[in-house]
Design a protein around this ligand. Structure first.
Ligand code: G4P
Length: 528
């Protein structure tokens, strides 16, 4: 098969949702349809169970699962589908943001009763900023929930999306009878039988046919007709280009648990979802069908087996073909590297592959060469953009608690930061190390892993920081910047890449600083 046809048959996407909306259940049902797994329950949820925040075995167990579910690949109707796993827990939000740099589209799962929740808002915002095509799946229709129109409205308001319903529920909760598929023009009746693998669909070319009355009752049929008419009047009709540009979001209704509405979603997805998209590097836009291989690291998983210091770097292939044992350039290190055992991922296993194509994810064994965001090419010197760090929410000084082990501590911190567990800052004033994290949970994870994987001990000390802001030295006014640096010297640090960072201790300080030094450019993300 040619490179172009391999590209054409690939869809790489992520499922995002607030915890409990049904991401794991939907993933599993998609795999069932693809024949990649044989029974429900095979996909383990990677969520941190409530109340388990200080249970390290639980965290380690979850970390194991999350390696196994990092990429789930399967084939459906000749299409190779790669699902990238995104942790729902908010303390691991940064992990999810990074994974979103490697997807070509997403499916957003929303609970019909809960509507749009906090994590969904944040994740969709990131997707919107990057114009990632999104399909919305409203889940748990078997339960009593919000009115469909109210929910569509909420999605538009809170998520800033423009929706186009591709299907519409017939009744709700107790009266839920099924779904009218606007896209395929058929009716799918709900049986409530979760063991049924594929539901029956009845084609209804014309919604006004009396056959519909016989199926769902006259009154319900009439209501449905009115609602569908309203849908066509109020919402724009589906337009693939608008969807691909991130300006229009198709919506499906269903119940993942009951296998209901999932086939419709999948059939539409394989038809409309984008093939591997071009990606911007610091020098140019790289197209998937270019002959020369290129890719970037979006995730690193380390030390699952304490006996082997192994790490797995996950590379998204952007262009060309990736061949086993071919020399590739690690651009940041300016070093050629060969990989003898690249892993490809399938639903329940991983195996060594000889060739991979754009859209695919390969796992490369690594002994410490890779950092998140690193680019691999066939020789071209360029760096992929778009893996920013966000300002952490929690900050603490990290101290060495065992002076005999300072080397181990340094190495441990370095490697954990490369993995993206947290961010390290070094204060300009006294060289003290500060760890910044998205969630409080990471401090415990770091302490535990430093001890168990590196034999080092650390302690923390509180530090009052509200936000870390990256200072754009290039675009700031030189005189003002010098003054800013002098006055704020106690609050300045460098991040891992050597970029200057300002620690604001309160939102008030931040505001004051911004207005006083209006010509000093401050950013809340590391890439600007
Ligand atoms: P998540 O990955 O987004 O966090 O959600 P997950 O799939 O784990 O689903 C959260 C809960 O919602 C699960 O129940 C799951 O069975 C349920 N669920 C998912 N889809 C549907 C649906 O269409 N209808 C109904 N009624 N429930 C659904 P749980 O009791 O928390 O977990 P479990 O013990 O069933 O695994």
């Amino acid at each position: 098969m040619s490179l172009q046809s391999e590209i054409d048959r690939r869809r790489t996407f992520g499922i995002i949702s607030h915890p409990d909306a049904g991401k794991t259940t939907l993933t599993e049902k998609l795999l069932l349809f693809g024949g990649a797994i044989q029974e429900a329950g095979a996909v383990k949820s990677n969520k941190i169970k409530k109340g388990a925040t200080s249970d390290f075995m639980e965290i380690e167990r979850q970390r194991g699962i999350s390696v196994a579910t990092s990429v789930l690949a399967f084939e459906y109707q000749g299409i190779k589908i790669n699902i990238l796993d995104t942790p729902g827990h908010k303390d691991f939000a940064e992990d999810t943001f990074r994974t979103l740099t490697a997807v070509d589209s997403v499916i957003v799962v929303i609970d019909v009763a809960k509507g749009v929740e906090e994590q969904t808002v944040k994740l969709v915002e990131v997707c919107r900023m990057r114009n990632i095509p999104m399909i919305v799946f409203i889940n748990k229709l078997d339960r009593e929930g919000k009115d469909a129109f109210e929910l569509l409205d909420e999605i538009e308001q809170k998520l800033g999306l423009t929706v186009t319903p591709m299907s519409f529920p017939i009744g709700m909760g107790y009266d839920f009878k099924g779904i009218y598929n606007i896209w395929e023009k058929n009716v799918n009746l709900f049986s409530g039988d979760s063991l049924k693998n594929i539901e029956e669909t009845i084609n209804i070319e014309d919604i006004n046919t009396t056959e519909l009355n016989d199926l769902i009752g006259e009154e319900t049929a009439e209501t449905l007709r009115e609602e569908v008419e309203l849908v066509t009047e109020v919402y724009p009709t589906f337009n693939q280009e608008e969807y691909l540009n991130g300006n229009l979001q198709p919506v499906f209704f269903g119940s993942a648990l009951n296998n209901f509405g999932v086939r419709e979603l999948l059939d539409c997805f394989v038809e409309i979802a984008p093939t591997p998209r071009p990606k911007e590097s610091d020098t140019r836009l790289v197209e998937a069908n270019e002959k020369e291989f290129s890719g970037f690291v979006f995730k690193i998983h380390a030390n699952m087996d304490p006996k082997h210091r192994d790490r797995l770097a996950f590379i998204k292939i952007v262009s060309g073909t990736f061949n086993r044992n071919s020399p590739y350039l690690h651009v940041r290190n300016n070093k050629k590297m060969k990989f003898s055992s690249p892993n490809a991922f399938f639903a329940e296993r991983k195996e060594i592959v000889d060739v991979s194509y754009p859209g695919d994810i390969v796992g490369l064994h690594d002994t410490g060469n890779f950092k998140i965001g690193d680019t691999l090419t066939q020789g071209e010197i360029m760096q992929y953009k778009g893996i920013p760090s966000f300002s952490p929410e929690h900050f603490r000084y990290i101290n060495n608690a065992d002076p005999m082990k300072s080397k181990q501590l340094g190495k441990g911190i370095d490697q954990l930061m490369d993995e993206g567990v947290a961010q390290l800052f070094v204060l300009e004033l006294n060289g003290r190390k500060v760890i910044g994290t998205v969630g409080a949970l990471q401090f415990e994870v770091i302490q535990y892993r430093l001890e168990h994987e590196y034999g080092a001990k650390c302690s923390y000390e509180n530090l009052n920081v509200f936000k870390a802001c990256w200072v754009d030295i290039k675009h700031s006014d030189k005189t003002e910047l010098e003054e800013f640096k002098r006055v704020k010297s106690r609050f300045l640090a460098k991040d891992k890449r050597g970029q200057l960072v300002f620690f604001a201790d309160s939102s008030f300080t931040l505001q004051m600083t911004q207005s006083k030094y209006s010509k000093v450019e401050l950013h809340f993300v590391s890439e600007f």
